[in-house]
Design a protein around this ligand. Structure first.
Ligand code: 13P
Ligand code: SF4
Length: 338
């Protein structure tokens, strides 16, 4: 059993230097083999983290993969709620997230106590929660969805079913608009996707008139309206590979451009710029950037990945009572996504 230094607990990750002469990539792969560990990464993580992963995907694919894995250890290179979902699905496995500070503004925008009051005030409603929620919020939910299956799952419910949709008001509003529903929306949002600007995307479109516009439905309604294709990260990636266009303006977290460019080296991918170009990096330092990054996803570095595999910490823990309630809406989602 490895003792976790208090200094690491305070940091939320292990800050040990990589021993001199170590080939970090080779060592990560060696440890995976030795420990029967699998590395999963979301498309928003750094390109080098995606490149070393056994599996990259959107939130839905990552949950589906976790549910099937035979590995003893899952290293989830993504944000905390993704690690929690994996732990709920695989309670007997060790689930590592290289930095516990990798939160999510959407998950944070839906405090479970407040959500409980909202749910209790509407007892005749079915509760649908986006996967970008804490385990405690999922425990109050009837069905979990991701951006990849939200439409399908909402469509599977009777037309007159009263529905609460939380926490993303943009995704919920988009699903209302394409399904003709009138779901009651929790007023949460993602700080990354809310930043895209219609004006800046239109200016880019003027410069690149043949470019197709790809938009994640967490963006505000007026931005989604500009889309040639709106969808989850996996859906946008697929579209960029299959469509005949050679230029794409991409309005989602810019990490996805790594895989888009890798799959189609001859096509041009232009990150849609955010409204405000002054952002902060993982250490809180200002950076000037023409793309839009999730500072939480970017906390996952190769060094933290190496250390978390080596020390098997930080691991994810979920209160068993909460996990017992949260597994039901997650399993319902997986069932309805088949
Ligand atoms: P996906 O479901 O497309 O992976 O999106 C996850 C996410 O966090 C979007 O901000
Ligand atoms: Fe959460 Fe937004 Fe980051 Fe996705 S991009 S993980 S929704 S903060």
């Amino acid at each position: 059993m490895i003792t976790v230094d208090n200094k690491w607990k305070q940091l939320g990750y292990i800050d040990e230097p990589i021993p001199e002469g170590v080939d970090i990539k080779a060592e990560i792969r060696r440890m995976c083999k030795e420990k029967n560990a699998v590395i999963m990464a979301h498309y928003y993580t750094d390109g080098e983290v995606q490149d070393i992963a056994d599996f990259i995907g959107d939130s839905l694919a990552l949950a589906q993969k976790a549910a099937q894995t035979e590995a003893d250890i899952i290293v989830m290179c993504g944000v905390h709620f993704m690690g929690e979902t994996n732990k709920i699905l695989c309670p007997d496995k060790t689930v590592l997230v290289p930095d516990l500070n990798a939160s999510c503004s959407l998950a944070e925008s839906c405090d479970a106590k407040e959500f409980k009051q909202f749910v209790e005030a509407h007892p005749d409603h079915t509760v649908i929660s986006y996967v970008n929620t804490t385990a405690a919020t999922k425990a109050l939910t009837d069905i979990v969805v991701t951006s990849g299956n939200a439409r399908k799952i909402v469509d599977s419910l009777p037309a007159d079913e009263k529905i609460i949709f939380g926490p993303d008001q943009n995704l919920g509003g988009y699903i209302n608009s394409i399904t003709g529903r009138n779901m009651l929306l929790w007023k949460g949002a993602c700080h990354v996707h809310e930043r895209f600007s219609v004006e800046k995307i239109l200016a880019l479109k003027q410069e690149h008139p043949n470019a197709k516009i790809l938009v994640h439905p967490e963006c505000k309604g007026p931005v989604v309206k500009l889309a040639d294709k709106a969808g989850s990260t996996a859906a946008l990636l697929k579209y960029s590979q299959e469509d005949e266009a050679t230029e794409f303006i991409v309005a989602t977290e810019s990490g996805i451009l790594h895989e888009m460019q890798k799959a189609c080296p001859d096509k041009t991918f232009i990150p849609a710029p955010p409204e405000v170009t002054e952002q902060v990096d993982a250490n809180g330092n200002p950076v000037t950037c023409s793309c839009n990054e999730c500072n939480y996803m970017k906390l996952i570095t190769m060094k933290k990945l190496y250390n978390c595999l080596k020390f098997e910490w930080p691991y994810i823990e979920v209160d068993p009572e909460i996990a017992e309630k949260a597994i039901r809406p997650i399993n319902r989602m997986l069932e309805l996504s088949k």
